[in-house]
Write a protein that binds this ligand. Structure first.
Ligand code: SF4
Ligand code: SF4
Length: 265
């Protein structure tokens, strides 16, 4: 990651880069990612931590050691571990190993997933998962393809297969203005999930742009630049619409405000 505000302009990173991938752009020492070979020399010499390595490889044992430190907290106050990503279902062996360890020590587990993965591979983890937060972004496959790069057939198929395992599921839709915030879309998703027994509730997540700074630090384009969060009145209307569809099946739709579920029906 590059965090220009921390830079003291010593120029050392530029001098040590073996690929000449760092140049001065508008007063900042910027990495040309197409030239970078990830040798991390610039990180090693940047005492100001303006260039920083984020993330590290860990095996399941090392991750579990970290989790285990909080075991007493979970026992006293509830809660547990949520595996998100990236996408946990694309790491089925790791997910199975780590969730199995958690269950052995009676630590609750949840995953946040977009539902895109190989069911035959990830189903080994399902016996060790207590709750699933399942993203469904668009009911129309062509629109889903445009939004995410993949259609929704595999995702809906996986939702149905996972629901056979009797794990409570919260379906979630991140509501992004201009992309998937139509009433038609939310009604379509609510109609799909109302008859899936394992789905207990439907949460609408109003889009926010808090992650845009991280994209800039990673030198990645932010596809939703310029998109504003939806108005609260719109979210309220969508929650009510979906709630009306779900209520006869004993399910609810909600959004979260100040850490509190707003159910509205
Ligand atoms: S080494 Fe760090 S502080 Fe020095 S110019 Fe490079 S980014 Fe800035
Ligand atoms: S990590 Fe990339 S930018 Fe940094 S010194 Fe190595 S090649 Fe250059």
């Amino acid at each position: 990651m590059e965090i220009p505000r921390k830079c003291i302009h010593c120029g050392t990173c530029q001098r040590v880069c073996p690929e000449a991938a760092i140049s001065l752009v508008d007063g900042d020492f910027v990495i040309d990612r197409s030239q970078c070979r990830n040798c991390l020399r610039c990180v090693d010499v940047c005492y100001a931590e303006s260039k920083e390595l984020v993330g590290r490889e860990m095996d399941a044992d090392a991750v579990f050691k970290e989790i285990y430190k909080d075991r007493l907290y979970y026992e006293l106050y509830g809660g547990g571990v949520t595996f998100s990503g990236g996408e946990p279902l694309t790491h089925p062996e790791f997910l199975t190993a780590i969730t199995e360890k958690c269950k052995r020590f009676r630590i609750n587990t949840a995953i946040e997933t977009c539902g895109f993965g190989d069911y035959e591979a990830f189903k080994t983890a399902l016996p060790y998962i207590d709750h699933i937060f399942f993203d469904l972004k668009h009911i129309d496959s062509a629109a889903h393809q445009q939004l995410t790069g993949a259609g929704n057939e595999e995702i809906i198929k996986n939702l149905n297969l996972i629901s056979n395992h009797d794990i409570p599921i919260t379906v979630r839709t991140p509501v992004v203005p201009g992309y998937n915030d139509s009433q038609e879309n939310i009604i379509g998703i609510a109609t799909l999930i109302k008859d899936i027994p394992a789905v207990k509730e439907y949460e609408l997540l109003p889009y926010h742009n808090l992650g845009s700074g991280k994209y800039a630090s990673l030198g990645r384009p932010y596809a939703l630049g310029g998109t504003e969060p939806p108005a609260e009145e719109q979210i309220i209307q969508l929650v009510k619409l979906a709630g009306q569809i779900l209520k006869p099946s004993g399910k609810q739709c909600f959004y979260t405000k100040k850490n509190k579920k707003e159910i509205l029906l």
